[in-house]
Each structure stands twice: as structure tokens, then as C-alpha cells.
Design a protein around this ligand. Structure first.
Ligand SMILES: Nc1nc2c(ncn2[C@@H]2O[C@H](COP(=O)(O)OP(=O)(O)OP(=O)(O)O)[C@@H](O)[C@H]2O)c(=O)[nH]1
Ligand SMILES: [Mg+2]
Ligand SMILES: [Zn+2]
Length: 305
């Protein structure tokens, strides 16, 4: 029977099978996974074949992936694990305060998704906490993201503000929801489908660093064709296997411009003469904060948070 991985704890997998039942499964035998070198061969979102024996399932095959998104291991550099497979878009949940998400972190995440060729939605939650002047600071920034093809939304999960707009974006897709701990990912999922019942942290938990309420990625079905994946809060986001020369390919506003740089695809847009990207920053065609994010990535600075 065919199914889809909805949860992985490392040794056990939960599979939503074609018969609409969920089964606990283990991996049986060895897979031919020639091009997958990550530590976890089976990820949330994977389509698999399972065999049942007395209600206990075995995963016998992983079906080919459309895509996957890798997460750099925090503990072991050079190691990555598959955060999820077969996703149509990532939805990054950020907050302007409680906690504050930095633009550097946002850009790192968006650039990674772009490198895996996965569309991005940037959502700011906790609108209810923002004063007028804070909104006026945030909205022009979001316009700049809109202008480079990233969908943005400002919502309040706890007050249901703009959730119908958000719901429209989820239709007929598999969406991975990511963001720092405490931004309200689980709160949002519970609002979208109350039967999900994801546990929610109390605000005081988040003042202590390292507290994560959600510990495993888990996929939920919103309707027959719409799936959403809740993930544990991300502390920092590293770039996986990316050469400095490659990074500006994943900034949509830089991608085409770089053809006009004197040094073309070898230009790092740092100190090179006649650089079209630097010119565009000078005349505000590229947002300064985006260029600063770019620089920190290209220089390998550690501003992952
Ligand atoms: N003021 C306000 N608080 C919110 C909103 N959404 C969520 N919260 C609160 O933020 C806190 C964290 O919410 P969670 O949903 O647990 O956050 P999370 O992103 O799932 O966190 P992790 O599972 O640790 O990654 C809780 O106290 C929520 O009640 C909102 O729109 N406005
Ligand atoms: Mg959570
Ligand atoms: Zn350049």
C-alpha cells in the first residue's frame, strides 16, 4: 500500500496510508538511496510503500522525491538532515517582537529555500502586539519582498487576523511551516485545523533560550489535497553546500543583474569594479538590508540567528 510519512522520530515513522488510516512503521531492509547522503533516509513528506503485518507496518520502498529541503546540523558542521520532502512551498513565520526575528535570519532561510527551488511565503505573526509606528516600519520592508516575488502577509494567529488570506495560500499544496521557537507556528496550525491539537508554549518558556515546544516535524492534512508541516523552532539556519559565487543566484533581485557585472558570474559583488549589484544597492533598487544579508553570507559570517 502507498502512503506518506507524517512523522518521524528516527526509528519509528507514522504513515498516512491510502486507506486514510495512520500506521506506525519501521524501515525494513536497505534502500537504494544513491543520491541521498543525509543522516535520515526517510523524511516527513516522503511517499513510501508499506506492508502491514498484524497492524504493524514496514516501509519497503521510498518513492522518488520531487524535492527536499535540507537543514544544516547545528552540532556537526558538514552534516545535514532532510527537514521535509515533496513540499510545494515554505512558509516562514517571523515576528517583529516577542521574539524579534532578524532580517539576516529571514534572508538566510529564503535563500536556502530558493536554492532548493521551493517557493516562499513570509508571514509576520503577532500583529496584535505591534503599534502603529512599528507597522509602518514593517510594511515597506514587506513591499520590497513582494517586489522580488515573495508573498508576504501580516497576521495574528491568536486573534484570527488575516487567516482567510493565509488559508487561500495553503490550498492544494504541501506547505512547510518554519521559524524560530515561540513565533506561533503551532498556534497557527491549531487555528487552521483545531483537531491538530499541537502543544503550545507559554510566553515565559521562550524567555529561556533553547525551549522548544514542538520537537519533531509533523505533517497534518487540512483537506484531501492540502498538507501542512509543523517543524520545531529553528535556532539558527546554516547554508548547506553553497559556494560564495553561487549565493547571489538565490537572491531574485541579484540573479539577472549579475550578468552585467564586469566579472560576470565570478563577481562576488564585494570589492569588484563595475559591479551591477553594488550599483543597484547605491540607487536603492536593491534593499540595503538584503545586500547586508548577502554580504554576511558571501563572507561566511556567522549571523545565522
Ligand atoms: N500576542 C500574540 N501571541 C501569540 C500569537 N500567536 C501565538 N502567540 C503566543 O506565542 C507563544 C508561542 O506559540 P507557539 O505556537 O507555541 O510557538 P511555536 O512557533 O510553535 O514554538 P516552537 O514549537 O517552540 O517552535 C504562545 O504563548 C502563543 O500563545 C499572536 O498572534 N499574538
Ligand atoms: Mg510549536
Ligand atoms: Zn557584481
Amino acid at each position: 500500500m502507498k502512503g506518506r510519512i507524517t512523522k518521524s522520530t528516527g526509528s519509528w515513522y507514522e504513515v498516512l496510508a491510502e486507506d486514510h488510516h495512520k500506521y506506525s512503521c519501521r524501515v525494513r531492509g536497505k534502500f537504494r538511496l544513491d543520491d541521498i547522503k543525509e543522516s535520515n533516509p526517510v523524511a516527513v513528506g516522503d511517499y513510501v510503500m508499506i506492508e502491514l503485518d498484524d497492524g504493524v507496518g514496514s516501509i519497503t520502498e521510498i518513492l522518488p522525491r520531487k524535492n527536499h529541503i535540507l537543514r544544516q546540523s547545528v552540532k556537526r558542521t558538514g552534516h545535514a538532515s532532510v527537514l521535509a520532502a515533496n513540499v510545494d512551498q515554505v512558509m516562514l513565520i517571523a515576528t517583529f517582537k516577542q521574539p524579534r526575528t532578524s532580517w539576516g535570519f529571514i534572508d538566510r532561510f529564503l535563500v536556502s529555500a530558493e536554492s532548493f527551488r521551493i517557493a516562499q511565503v513570509l508571514v509576520f505573526n503577532k500583529k496584535d502586539l505591534l503599534k502603529q509606528d512599528q507597522l509602518e516600519e514593517l510594511l515597506p520592508m514587506l513591499n520590497r519582498y513582494e517586489s522580488i516575488g515573495i508573498t508576504t502577509l501580516v497576521i495574528s494567529a491568536s486573534l484570527d487576523t488575516n487567516l482567510t488570506d493565509l488559508q487561500k495560500l495553503l490550498n492544494d499544496r504541501t506547505t512547510l511551516v518554519a521559524g524560530h521557537s515561540g513565533v506561533g507556528k503551532s498556534t497557527l496550525l491549531n487555528r487552521l485545523a483545531p483537531e491538530i491539537e499541537q502543544s503550545i508554549g507559554s510566553i515565559s518558556d521562550f524567555s529561556e533560550k533553547g525551549t522548544h515546544t514542538t520537537t519533531f516535524a509533523e505533517m497534518f492534512q487540512l483537506n484531501n489535497t492540502s498538507f501542512i508541516i509543523d517543524t520545531p523552532g529553528i535556532k539558527e539556519w546554516g547554508l548547506v553546500d553553497m559556494e560564495p559565487q553561487e549565493i547571489s543566484d538565490y537572491f531574485p533581485e541579484m540573479r539577472d543583474l549579475r550578468l552585467n557585472c564586469k566579472f560576470g558570474s565570478r563577481c562576488l559583488h564585494i570589492n569588484e569594479p563595475k559591479c551591477a549589484v553594488k550599483d543597484a544597492v547605491e540607487n536603492n533598487q536593491i534593499a540595503l538590508s538584503r545586500y547586508e544579508s548577502y554580504l554576511s553570507m558571501a563572507l561566511g559570517e556567522d549571523n545565522r540567528k
